[in-house]
Design a protein around this ligand. Structure first.
Ligand SMILES: [Zn+2]
Length: 157
């Protein structure tokens, strides 16, 4: 069951360039038709031109770097939780990270108060950097821009 996660803490934002690619979709194969490239829904034939719907390769823009391949290469030490436009967001997947950072759950599971002060932020970024130095270097090799940040991430898990 998917649920909304809210993460508070250090994370990495990477920026990738885009490349042209294709994506397979079930649509009207008639390139002259306005329904071409739009989802077919459950119908067998196109409402607009009567052509039978089929699987068609549609041109699309996609990330030059595949985050899931990168994640696999680093043994999932960092976990990609969110992709927005050209940005990919990574959080620590190491249990030792959660042990070292006292606030060990997402905000959604937090009971009580969590004070945020600049010293805590600096310490947590330091812990994160220490644990993930090699992983961050690996990201720098493939991404255009890699920045370590501290903040809130909202995503579906
Ligand atoms: Zn059509």
């Amino acid at each position: 069951m998917n649920h909304q996660e809210t993460y508070l803490g250090p994370y990495v934002e990477t920026i990738t360039s885009m490349v042209s690619g294709t994506r397979m979709m079930r649509t009207c194969p008639n390139t002259e038709c306005n329904a071409h490239g739009k989802s077919s829904g459950f119908s067998a034939f196109c409402d607009m031109c009567g052509t039978e719907f089929g699987d068609v390769n549609i041109p699309t823009q996609k990330h030059k770097v595949n985050a899931f391949d990168v994640m696999e290469d680093m043994g999932e030490n960092l976990y990609c939780v969110l992709q927005k436009e050209t940005s990919v967001f990574w959080v620590s997947n190491k249990s030792v990270f959660r042990e070292k950072i006292a606030r060990n759950t997402g905000v959604g599971e937090l009971e009580g108060a969590c004070e945020i002060d600049p010293l805590k932020i600096a310490n947590e970024i330091q812990v994160f950097n220490g644990l993930h130095h090699a992983d961050i270097e690996a990201l720098r090799k493939v991404y255009d821009k890699v920045t370590i940040k501290w903040g809130v991430l909202g995503y579906w898990n």
